[in-house]
Design a binder for this molecule. Structure first.
Ligand code: NAD
Ligand code: WQD
Length: 337
């Protein structure tokens, strides 16, 4: 089986490529390296012993995708990670986000239909829920107005896939990730934020290693037990494994509809302070942090109802918070070296 992984040089994509290869799949990556580096491809090889086939180009270029598929007529399924993901940047440059995230998806779907590749796994996000009315949040919770153009692209992409799969010979599984963190046990691949990180874990590890002076904890007056926001943090390797399970579900014709949706979380929420405590406990490093004002657009609390993913997809997150924070730290130390 040959699987096309778009965005396979990125954070979640690279971990998924490793899991696929370890299950015996051949992997072809398309990535334009707009948010990743070629070294990742060689790090993947170091872990799995197999160098994935790599094509560097932009999925917004319809001609290049056409050329790719005419030279590669043996693809059995696609996992589509490639997208821009920086929430703040999407507010400043919305068209860049709409263009990249929508055009790349539409191009892929068009060629999937033309060359008759049936199976698609798509990276969605808990951001489609906004601040849900009920917690834990289930897959059938309504979309709220998106907080950012990035979040809006995920809502639109989901709708495009749902619509295309209802009329074309395409079956899709949409995976809504909660907060992926951590790194591969080998510390050979992990998250590589460019510039100042927006997300909590890279900011924590960069502060602890001395790249940043202190972590700003955004708000301590939320309606939560310790006043800081709550999220469902999930190990990136657990997320990667879910993609293999989803792909197998598609390949084995186990899906109940042309477009299924699953939450990928642990089902447990942790506050920012709990994440800091876990980090300090497993690493023995005291973190310098200060409480500052709330960050505009932050949701107070969100965590997943994972019942549907556990029962129907047959997947469950296995790794706990301490494993996540420790692996993120080991990766940061490896990067320093
Ligand atoms: P990432 O930026 O590390 O990986 C995305 C990869 O796609 C990068 O290597 C980038 O170079 C590539 N890419 C982007 N646009 C492209 C294009 N037009 N053509 C070819 N390659 C392109 O991001 P990630 O964290 O691995 O996220 C993967 C997916 O998961 C994204 O769709 C993201 O929106 C989604 N997601 C991420 C998170 C998260 O917190 N990391 C949470 C929910 C959903
Ligand atoms: C987590 C918590 C912050 C940084 C984002 C995207 C979302 C999805 C997942 C892709 C929050 C707090 C953070 C810092 C802090 N991505 N924090 N100081 O905001 O839940 O979601 O990633 O789909 O779309 O918006 O993740 O890691 O930024 O924040 O106190 O320096 O950490 O306030 O409570 P978030 P995050």
């Amino acid at each position: 089986m040959k699987i096309l992984v778009t965005g396979g040089a990125g954070y979640i994509g690279s971990h998924t490529v490793v899991e696929l290869q370890q299950k015996g799949y051949d992997v072809v990556i398309i990535d334009n390296l707009s948010n990743s580096t070629k070294e990742v491809i060689y790090s993947i090889e170091k872990i799995s012993g197999k160098l994935p086939e790599f094509h560097q180009f932009d999925l917004c270029d319809e001609n290049l995708i056409g050329k790719f598929f005419s030279n590669n007529n043996d693809i059995d399924g696609i996992i589509h990670f490639a997208a821009f993901k920086a929430v703040g940047e999407s507010v400043e440059q919305p068209l860049k986000y709409y263009h990249n995230n929508l055009t790349s998806l539409i191009n892929l779907l068009k060629y999937m239909n033309e060359v008759q590749i049936k199976n698609l796994v798509f990276s969605s996000s808990c951001t489609v829920y906004g601040q849900p009315d009920m917690l834990p949040v289930k897959e059938d919770a309504p979309f709220k107005k998106a907080f950012s153009p990035y979040g809006h692209t995920k809502q639109i992409c989901e709708q495009i896939i749902e619509c295309a799969s209802s009329v074309h010979n395409i079956k899709a599984i949409l995976l809504r990730y909660f907060n992926p963190i951590g790194a591969h046990d080998s510390s050979l691949i992990g998250e590589l934020p460019l510039g100042i990180p927006n997300n909590l874990l890279p900011f924590i590890t960069q502060t602890a290693i001395g790249k940043r002076d202190y972590l700003k904890v955004f708000g301590n007056d939320y309606d939560t037990p310790d006043g800081t926001c709550i999220r469902d943090y999930i190990h990136v390797v657990d997320i990667a494994k879910a993609h293999v399970v989803a792909l197998e579900r598609l390949q084995n014709n186990k899906t109940n509809s042309s477009c299924e949706v699953f939450n990928l979380g642990t089902g447990k929420g942790f506050s920012v302070l709990e994440v800091i405590k876990s980090f300090e406990k497993v690493t023995g490093v005291k973190l310098n942090y200060k409480f500052v004002d709330r960050r505009h657009g932050d949701i107070e609390k969100v965590w997943a109802d994972t019942t549907f993913a556990n029962k129907v997809l047959g997947w469950k997150a296995e790794k706990g918070l301490d494993e996540m924070t420790l692996s993120a730290w080991n990766w940061e130390k490896k990067l320093k070296k």
